[in-house]
Ligand binder design. Structure first.
Ligand code: AMP
Length: 252
């Protein structure tokens, strides 16, 4: 178990990380679980300094209730960081990250308009902008993302190439419950019954059926399906259960 140092101010982190020649970074919104832990373990195995961040980024939420209800578990998160080799936990406030009050933003105009982007207007502008800021602050050589959010991973990876960022963007496999349910901080808000039902998402998208048929199965089981689509070699789904929006994707 490592002692994880908590840093709140960007300037303090910029100063602290200067002496390190290999830095790995894992950005998160907290309520950490085994999916986040897998990214942290990988980062700490490949870098001299491992930084994680917990920041629930308001600019990527288009629904005020979703933002407000996002689980906050700081003490447990700090422990998870220590157990998984994180040296520094960056824990900023909105004004620390947005001294410009979101006057500047980064947009992508193709892939970000599909799937989650079509259903959550402005979501990926918020994601790309905050990630760019965090990569700058952490000065990381490698940044680790989960393929659970494949669209996000792909957009960030493309952004790094487009902007000649010096950071290597690394995507790691989705960590699942034994039931197949993709681990997510949002699962904490499901009832026991809901969590049991939510395993149908993975069970359904891994069946050899058409997207329409898969959507029908989920709808018949009480999910409100935002999208269920095949793009290139992947099947993507977003579905709401008990008012909680869950996403997943698999290679097809
Ligand atoms: P979040 O805290 O949900 O914003 O996620 C932070 C990072 O953890 C993102 O790169 C996610 O893709 C990744 N992540 C979330 N859930 C999982 C999971 N079940 N397996 C692997 N990575 C995950």
């Amino acid at each position: 178990m490592k002692h994880t140092k908590v840093i709140e101010k960007p300037q303090d982190l910029i100063e602290y990380r200067k002496k390190y020649s290999s830095i790995g970074f894992v950005p998160t919104m907290g309520a950490l679980h085994a999916g986040h832990a897998s990214l942290m373990k990988k980062a700490s195995s490949e870098n001299e300094l491992t930084i994680a961040s917990v920041f629930v980024n308001p600019t990527q939420f288009n629904n005020a209730t979703d933002l407000e209800k996002y689980p906050k578990t700081f003490e447990a998160d700090l422990k998870t960081c220590g157990e998984n080799g994180v040296d520094v936990l960056f824990f900023p406030q909105f004004s620390d990250i947005y001294p410009d009050n979101y006057r500047f933003k980064l947009s992508e105009n193709e892939f970000s308009k599909l799937l989650c982007g079509a259903h959550r207007p402005g979501h990926f502008d918020g994601v790309l902008t905050v990630v760019l800021k965090l990569l700058q602050i952490t000065g990381c050589h490698r940044a680790y993302f989960g393929m659970k959010d494949y669209q996000q991973y792909k957009l960030i990876s493309d952004m790094a190439k487009a902007l000649f960022l010096p950071t290597e963007i690394i995507g790691l496999p989705t960590v699942r419950e034994a039931s197949g349910l993709a681990m997510s901080s949002r699962n904490m808000r499901l009832s026991a019954e809901g969590k049991d039902k939510a395993k149908l998402i993975y069970a359904t998208i891994t069946q050899k059926t058409s997207p329409d048929k898969a959507r029908e199965i989920l709808t018949a089981n009480g999910f409100v399906v935002d999208y269920l689509e095949d793009i290139a070699d992947r099947r993507y789904v977003a579905a709401t259960l008990e008012g909680i929006r869950l996403i997943d994707n698999v290679e097809i």
